[in-house]
Write a protein that binds this ligand. Structure first.
Ligand code: BGC
Length: 741
C-alpha cells in the first residue's frame, strides 16, 4: 500500500480507538479520604485534613493569587475562573480551590468572562421590600448563578449601615436600620449558601464612607458601635451563618479593621462565636503577626503578608503554629459545612428566564411610591391618550450601580461612551431595559413620545400637550467615591421644575442608589423611587405605573431635606497630598498610610433615630411608602412572654388589593438613654379590597435590649417601654405603654 494511505489508515484507527475509549471508559473513581466521610462533623473533617498538611500547604490556603492593579499576580492565578479572588486548592488532599466572585446584586464580570448573569434590583431596593423570603430568593439566585459559572464563593453580603447618605456604596447595602438590614442579609446569605456556595458578609466594620476609605480612622464608643453597625453584622451572622467575614479598609478606634483584635476576636470570634474565616478586603491587610493574632485568617488579593513572610514568621516563632492551624481549620471546616467540597459547582447555563422573573418580582416589591397627589397614578391604559416621557435615557434603558458590584449588561453597556470597554470602572452601565418600550406596550393606543431633556424648552413643550409627563431622573453611584452632595446632578432639578410648570400631571421616576433632595417636590404630582431596578426593571416599573402591581415598598433609608440636617453636613476627607498614588500605590496602602479622623459622635442616633431625637423634619421618613389603596390599624394588644407578642388588626380600606408593611417600633425606658424609638419587628400583610387581618409580631429580647459597655453585654432594662405600630416611622397610630421587669 502507498505509504501515505497507510499513514492515513493508521491515523483513522487511532482516532477510532480514542473515540471508543472516551465512549466506553468509566470516569476515574473519585478519590476518597478519611475526611470524605460525611457523617463526621465539619470540624472533625477539617481536623483530619489539617493533620496531613505541610506548612506550605497551610499557607497556600491563607492568601489569594493576585488581582490586576493591586500588586503582583502569582503565576498560579492562571487557574482562576475570572473572579476577584482565587485560592489554590490542595489537590493531593482533595481540597478544591476557592473561586471567589463579587456578587452583590448578581455575578460580576460575567460579560467579560463570556457569560451571562441576572442583575437583581440593587440591594437597597431589596431592602425596600422588607421581605425576608424575597431576600432568601435574592441570595439563592446569586448562589445558583455563581455555581453555574464555576464559582464556589460569593463576595456579596454588604451590610454597612447608612450613616452617610452620600456614600457611593449605599446601593450595595441594606439601609440605615440594623435590625432590618441584619435580618435581610442573614436570609440573603442563607439563600446563597443553600446552593453550596460559600457566603460572605462585609465590610466589617464601620466602612460607612468611601472618601479616604483606606486612611479614615473612625472614632466611636463601644456601646454605639455594638447597637448600630455591629448589630447588623451580629444578626446577619447569627441568621445567615456566612463562611466569610470581610474585614474592611478603614481603621476603627486607631486600629485597621483587619488588625483589630476587638472587632475580629473579642466580638466576632468570642462574643458571637463565629466559626468561619475572616478575609481581608482587597488590599486591606496591613501586617503579619498583628493581623494573625487579631484574628485575620486570610489575605486577599495576594500574599504580601500571608505568603513567604508568614512562613518565615512561623519558622522563627513569631507566629505560633497553633494560630496558623486555627486560620486553616476555619477555612476547611467552613468548606465542609457549606458542602463546597462534597458538591462542587457544575458549569451550566444560567436560567435566564427564571432570573427575569425573580428580578421583576423583587423590583415590583421594592419600588417606593413617595408622592401621589390627585391619584395621578396609576395611569389608566384605556383612557390615556398621550404620554410624554422625558429625560434619563428612558428611550434606551435604566442605570445600574457600579464598582466591584457591577453586573454586566447583556449586549454591553446600552449607552457606550466612545472608546470605552463594555464595563469601565467609573462609567455608568445602562441596561437595555427601556421604560419607553415597556410603557408603550401597556398603552398601545396612546401617543407615547420621548424628549431627552437636554433642552428644557423642548421638554416643556412636549410635556404641555400630553395627558401626563413622566420625567426620568437618575444619579449613578460608584464604589470608591461619595457623591459631592445629595442633589440630582446636571440640569435635572431645573428640567423637572420646567416640565412640572408645563404639565400639572408630572410624575418623577427616580433611578438612584441613595436619597436625593427634591427642590421641585411641591410642583410635581407624583414621585416614584425605582432605585437601580435590574434586569426586568422596565417591566416592574410599567406594572406599577399602570396599576397591574400595587406598590408596597417602604423606605429603608431616610430622605432628609438637606445636607445641613445630616449628623455630618460635610464629609471628612483626607489630605490628597498624603494619599498613595502612582504604580506603587498598592504597596504604600498595604504598608499603611497616615490616618485622618472622623468622629461618629451621633452615637446611637443613626438614620431616623437622629432626625427623631433632633426633631428635624425630613422629606420622607424611614419606613414610608404609599400604596394605591389605604390601610387602617386597630386593636393593639401586647402579651409579654419570652418574646413579647404584639398583635393588631390591619384593614384594607380602599377598593383594590394591596400589601401593607406593618411596622412595630419600641421606645425604651427613658433611663436607658436610647433615641426615641427603634424598629423591632414588621410583617408584610397582603389584603384584598375591604379585607382585615389580625397580625401577630413576636419581638426578640435582643431587640428590646441596650448594650452595657461596663459588662460588655446586652441588657434589658426594667422600666416603661412604649410599643408603637403603624405604616411608617412617622405615622404610628397605635401605641401602648408596657412595664417590663
Ligand atoms: C471591595 C470589595 C470587593 C473586593 C473584590 C474591594 O475593592 O471593597 O467589596 O469584594 O474589592 O473585588
Amino acid at each position: 500500500m502507498h505509504l501515505f494511505a497507510r499513514a492515513v489508515r493508521a491515523y483513522l484507527v487511532l482516532i477510532c480507538l480514542f473515540v471508543a475509549s472516551q465512549l466506553f471508559s468509566q470516569p476515574a473513581p473519585k478519590q476518597t479520604f478519611p475526611w470524605s466521610n460525611t457523617s463526621l462533623s465539619p470540624d472533625e473533617r477539617a481536623t483530619l485534613v489539617l493533620k496531613q498538611m505541610t506548612l506550605d500547604e497551610k499557607i497556600t490556603l491563607l492568601h489569594g493569587t493576585g488581582h490586576h492593579g493591586l500588586g503582583p499576580m502569582s503565576p498560579l492565578s492562571s487557574g482562576s475562573n475570572g473572579g476577584a479572588g482565587y485560592v489554590v486548592g490542595i489537590e493531593r488532599l482533595g481540597i478544591p480551590g476557592i473561586q471567589m466572585s463579587d456578587a452583590a446584586y448578581g455575578v460580576r464580570s460575567s460579560g467579560q468572562n463570556g457569560r451571562y448573569s441576572t442583575a437583581l434590583p440593587c440591594n437597597l431596593a431589596a431592602a425596600a421590600t422588607w421581605d425576608l423570603k424575597g431576600a432568601y430568593e435574592y441570595g439563592a439566585l446569586i448562589g445558583r448563578e455563581l455555581r453555574a459559572q464555576g464559582f464556589n464563593m460569593s463576595l456579596g453580603g454588604g451590610v454597612n449601615l447608612t450613616r452617610e447618605p452620600r456614600n457611593g456604596r449605599n446601593f450595595e447595602y441594606l439601609g440605615e436600620d440594623p435590625i432590618l438590614a441584619g435580618s435581610l442579609v442573614g436570609q440573603l446569605i442563607r439563600g446563597t449558601q443553600d446552593q453550596h456556595v460559600l457566603g460572605d458578609i462585609k465590610h466589617y466594620a464601620l466602612n460607612n464612607q468611601e472618601s479616604g476609605r483606606n486612611s479614615v480612622n473612625v472614632n466611636i464608643d463601644e456601646r454605639s458601635m455594638r447597637e448600630t453597625d455591629l448589630l447588623a453584622f451580629e444578626i446577619g451572622i447569627r441568621d445567615g451563618d456566612p463562611a466569610g467575614v470581610m474585614c474592611s479598609y478603614n481603621r476603627v478606634n486607631g486600629e485597621y479593621a483587619c488588625d483589630n483584635k476587638y472587632l475580629l476576636t473579642d466580638v466576632l470570634k468570642r462574643a458571637w462565636k463565629f466559626p468561619g474565616f475572616v478575609l481581608s478586603d482587597w488590599g486591606a491587610a496591613h501586617s503579619i503577626e498583628k493581623a494573625s493574632a487579631a484574628g485575620m485568617d486570610h489575605e486577599e488579593p495576594n500574599e504580601y503578608f500571608y505568603g513567604a513572610r508568614l512562613k518565615e514568621a512561623v519558622q522563627s516563632g513569631k507566629v505560633p503554629m497553633s494560630q496558623v492551624d486555627d486560620h486553616v481549620h476555619r477555612i476547611l471546616r467552613t468548606m465542609f459545612a457549606t458542602a463546597v467540597i462534597d458538591d462542587p459547582p457544575q458549569k451550566s447555563v444560567v436560567d435566564v428566564m427564571a432570573g427575569f422573573d425573580t428580578a421583576q418580582h423583587i423590583a415590583e416589591e421594592g419600588m417606593v411610591l413617595l408622592k401621589n397627589e390627585k391619584n395621578v397614578l396609576p395611569l389608566d391604559a384605556s383612557r390615556i391618550k398621550s404620554i410624554a416621557i422625558i429625560g434619563g435615557h428612558a428611550d434606551v434603558g435604566m442605570v445600574s450601580g457600579g464598582g466591584s458590584a457591577q453586573v454586566d449588561a447583556p449586549g454591553g453597556n446600552a449607552i457606550m461612551p466612545a472608546g470605552k470597554r463594555a464595563t469601565t470602572w467609573g462609567v455608568p452601565v445602562w441596561f437595555p431595559t427601556a421604560p419607553l418600550k415597556a410603557i408603550q406596550a401597556k398603552a398601545p393606543n396612546a401617543k407615547v413620545e420621548f424628549d431627552p431633556g437636554t433642552d428644557l424648552d423642548s421638554a416643556a413643550s412636549l410635556a404641555k400637550g400630553a395627558d401626563v409627563a413622566l420625567v426620568f431622573a437618575w444619579r449613578a453611584e460608584i464604589e470608591g467615591a461619595d457623591a459631592p452632595n445629595m442633589s440630582l446632578p446636571g440640569n435635572q432639578n431645573d428640567l423637572i421644575a420646567k416640565v412640572a410648570a408645563a404639565n400639572p400631571n408630572t410624575v418623577v421616576v427616580l433611578e438612584t442608589g441613595n436619597p436625593v433632595t427634591m427642590p421641585w417636590l411641591d410642583q410635581v404630582s407624583g414621585v416614584l423611587e425605582a432605585w437601580f431596578a435590574g434586569s426586568s426593571g422596565h417591566k416592574a416599573l410599567a406594572n406599577i405605573l399602570f396599576g397591574d402591581v400595587n406598590p408596597s415598598g417602604k423606605l429603608p433609608i431616610t430622605f432628609p431635606k438637606s445636607e445641613a440636617d445630616l449628623p455630618h453636613p460635610t464629609i471628612n476627607k483626607p489630605d490628597p497630598a498624603v494619599q498613595p498614588h502612582g504604580p506603587d500605590a498598592w504597596r504604600q496602602t498595604l504598608e499603611g498610610i497616615p490616618a485622618f479622623q472622623t468622629k461618629y459622635d451621633e452615637g446611637l442616633k443613626v438614620g431616623y433615630k437622629w432626625y427623631d431625637a433632633e426633631k428635624k423634619p425630613v422629606l420622607f421618613p424611614f419606613g414610608y411608602g404609599l400604596s394605591y389603596t389605604t390601610f387602617k390599624y386597630s386593636g393593639l394588644k401586647l402579651t409579654p412572654a419570652e418574646k413579647l407578642s404584639v398583635t393588631f388588626t390591619v384593614k384594607n380600606t380602599g377598593n383594590r388589593a394591596g400589601t401593607e408593611i406593618a411596622e412595630v417600633y419600641a421606645g425604651l425606658p427613658l433611663s436607658s438613654g436610647e433615641p426615641p424609638k427603634r424598629l423591632v419587628g414588621w410583617e408584610r400583610v397582603e389584603l384584598k379590597a375591604g379585607e382585615s387581618k389580625d397580625v401577630s409580631v413576636q419581638i426578640e429580647p435582643l431587640f428590646l435590649s441596650a448594650f452595657d459597655p461596663q459588662q460588655h453585654a446586652w441588657k434589658k432594662s426594667a422600666g416603661e417601654y412604649t410599643i408603637l405600630v403603624g405604616g411608617s416611622s412617622a405615622n404610628l397610630p397605635l401605641h401602648q405603654a408596657l412595664a417590663l421587669q
